[in-house]
Design a binder for this molecule. Structure first.
Ligand SMILES: [Fe+2]
Length: 275
């Protein structure tokens, strides 16, 4: 089996062979589906309201971010954090990682540290009013970001499993994630690939949105759907490789279809703020 085939079938160690909803939910499926349809409809109304009405009464900075998120899926700010801040945060993370061995997922050269919210310097670093306000006006919800740190290294194994290397959206609803790399991200160390015109609802992928809704609301444990072909993200005028330098940030809407590209060399280190 080639590496390409493997990427299409796994998300880390989760085999993407589709959920069996009848087996997982039984009779509940009959009640849950109409609730989902109504909820999804309201999400789409919210999408239209924020993009075409609300955005015009917002301060210019937030308006520019929201319009770029809606139109392109992301908004990049170069040199947002000075080098001294990134160095300090790296030191905080290093100390934390040394002492705490919990709350981490490790797969074939990828380590994901979750639940970093109680590290005070990190929390201050993430609690930027720009992010909080953008999220409020974009999603019409208030939330504090949840902090994660992801390190991906190339290991000498052609069958290396990667997290999120299949073409996917993270959720049935528009959500903001802020990507803060602490290493440069070049074309060789796994840049994310994003389709800039894919934030709307695709009826043909309704099953994948529905499964995401079920997972977000804890009706099922894992989303094993993989209905979007990787070819969706093949090079064309709408696909963007998110290349960044240390200190740059990208605010992105993770309902746009995206994938992590496999790492060719070196390592990739990213702090994520999940709203
Ligand atoms: Fe993702």
């Amino acid at each position: 089996m080639t590496l390409k085939n493997l990427e299409n079938q796994f998300n880390g160690k989760v085999k993407l062979d589709g959920n069996n909803l009848i087996k997982e939910l039984g009779i509940k499926l009959i009640f849950l589906f109409p609730i989902y349809v109504i909820h999804q409809f309201l999400i789409e109304v919210k999408f239209i309201f924020t993009r075409y009405i609300l955005v015009y009464v917002l301060p210019k900075k937030i308006r520019d971010i929201i319009i770029s998120l809606r139109n392109n899926g992301y908004y990049k700010i170069e040199r947002y954090y000075p080098n001294s801040t990134i160095e300090y945060i790296e030191k905080v993370l290093k100390d934390h990682i040394k002492t705490k061995k919990n709350d981490r997922i490790e797969i074939d050269g990828t380590i994901k540290y979750n639940n970093l919210n109680n590290i005070k310097p990190l929390k201050i670093f993430a609690d930027q009013s720009l992010f909080i306000l953008t999220n409020i006006f974009y999603t019409l919800c208030y939330s504090q970001p949840s902090l994660k740190f992801l390190i991906t290294k190339k290991i000498l194994d052609n069958n290396q499993l990667f997290l999120a290397s299949h073409a996917h959206f993270d959720s049935y609803k528009n959500e903001i994630k802020v990507m803060v790399p602490t290493s440069n991200i070049t074309k060789d160390n796994a840049p994310s690939i994003l389709h800039s015109k894919s934030g709307h609802y695709y009826l043909k992928y309704f099953r994948q949105y529905f499964v995401s809704w079920l997972q977000v609301h804890n009706f099922i444990k894992e989303n094993k759907e993989n209905n979007i072909p990787l070819a969706f993200l093949k090079e064309n005028k709408y696909t963007n490789k998110l290349l960044l330098n240390r200190g740059d940030i990208i605010i992105f809407d993770s309902r746009f279809i995206h994938a992590a590209s496999p790492i060719k060399s070196g390592e990739r280190k990213v702090i994520w703020f999940y709203f």
